[in-house]
Design a protein around this ligand. Sequence first.
Ligand code: ME8
Length: 512
Amino acid sequence: MDKNFYITTPIYYPSAKPHMGHAYSSIVADFFARFKRIQGYDVFFLTGTDEHGLKIQRAAEKSKMDPKSFCDQISKTFFDLSKILNLSNNDFIRTTEERHKKSVTELWNILEKKNEIYLSKYSGWYSVSDEAFYSDDEIENKDNIKISKISGSAVEWLEEESYFFKLSKWQEPLLKFYSDNPNFILPVTRKNEVINFVKSGLKDLSVSRKSFSWGINVPSNKDHVIYVWLDALTNYLSALNYPNTNDNLYKKFWPASIHLIGKDILRFHAIYWPAFLLAADISPPKRVYGHGWILSGEEKMSKSKGNILDPIEIIDKYGLDPLRYYLIKEVSFGNDGNISQQKLESCINSDLANNYGNLCQRVISFIDKNLDLKTPNQFKFNSDDLKVLDEFNINFEKIVQSIDNQNINFYVNFIQDQLFAANKYFNDQEPWKKKLDKNRLNTILYTSLELIRKISIMLYPIIPDSSLKVLGIFDISESDVDFNSIKNNEILKTNNKLNKISILFKKIEQND
Ligand code: ME8
């Protein structure tokens, strides 16, 4: 079986600095990347910035900067955030890089050569904020301004010479592609929306602009720049050194396993992108997952609405792992989610400090006092011990499947249940009363350590830093983290010195 896994985030517009919505997509993508790595996959994880187009040109003009220097400055804030979020990305692509231009130019040339592109004139609505064309029936009036019904952003009338991609020709092949690949678009509700949209009829797509210059030139006509979405989507190929299809990265990782995106940009990824690729005779990605939005009140959090929560401020106040845990746990994956500092604080106190942190501290300090901080030298499991330990191998396939179906909530709930069970086990077994029964005492402690090990391995993709601190008790380092080992109940060496750990999560004083 193919043990390569290629996951991408959207490449973000560096029109303003990143907010919680961007952090969310990136953290979730990192979760999947880290999970697949500890499952033994060779993973390529890509993120980056989408730097061309009128939206960026205008933002640069507003800041009185040339577009490239403007992008350099803001792209860096996204790059820095990738470090702050502890993303394990293998590359960070910028669409202003030469390698990307080469790749887009090649894709354009292929489409032109295959007669998929023709010159005509566009007249219709355009939203600069979305960098998207809208038809008349997708427009409405609000406070005397024309806006897109879909995104709510303002549109302007556009009339200019433009190259068109023969999207209409791909309507039937796309529908066939969706039915041959039923898991191409997830979640299912979104898939149905896309299919209905395609069934309602696809018009040819304007893929170049003449009235501004900030973009990649159409190779055969320098008066035009290539439409920013055709440019941006190609980043997923550029990072694999396309057009060099003999390159190892390309051979190993294309087609992508999953493009993880927000539902706002599903149309581009689930319709335009596979159509461009099919037209160029390149395999489409295996999956596009459109997750929900982080809301602020009832509305989508977005820079244009000015209702953003700054991830860096939250991290400064609470730390990174609590934020990662909270976003992954609290937002029902695929749906919109409202986040609040109060809920974040409860989550830190109950799940992280009480359930996880406390379990680790209690077990280790008990072993420190009673076993000279060593793993017990002998043990014999009884049915109570096996009951808690075996949950992991009994549910192993289910856990793996939950990840492969992007069912994050199952994964997190499973961990929560095991944390609860491990704490209950330690309380119920009352090792403090078994000091005279050495065999039983040893077995309870060995079982508790194994539970901490298994749970920490499962937590690694969510809160890598904290999980590695705990695994440090057993001298398990990052490269040793092996998801498959959670099936095994006897990984820890007996009579082995353990390491102490400091407090993992500080409880937050809440005012309610
Ligand atoms: O669309 N909740 O860039 P962008 C959840 N450059 N996720 C959110 C979010 C929110 N409130 N706000 C943003 C673009 N996101 C294009 C993409 S890809 C080839 C080109 C996340 O800066 C979510 O993943 O507007 C969304 O799809 C993406 O950021 C949009 O980022």
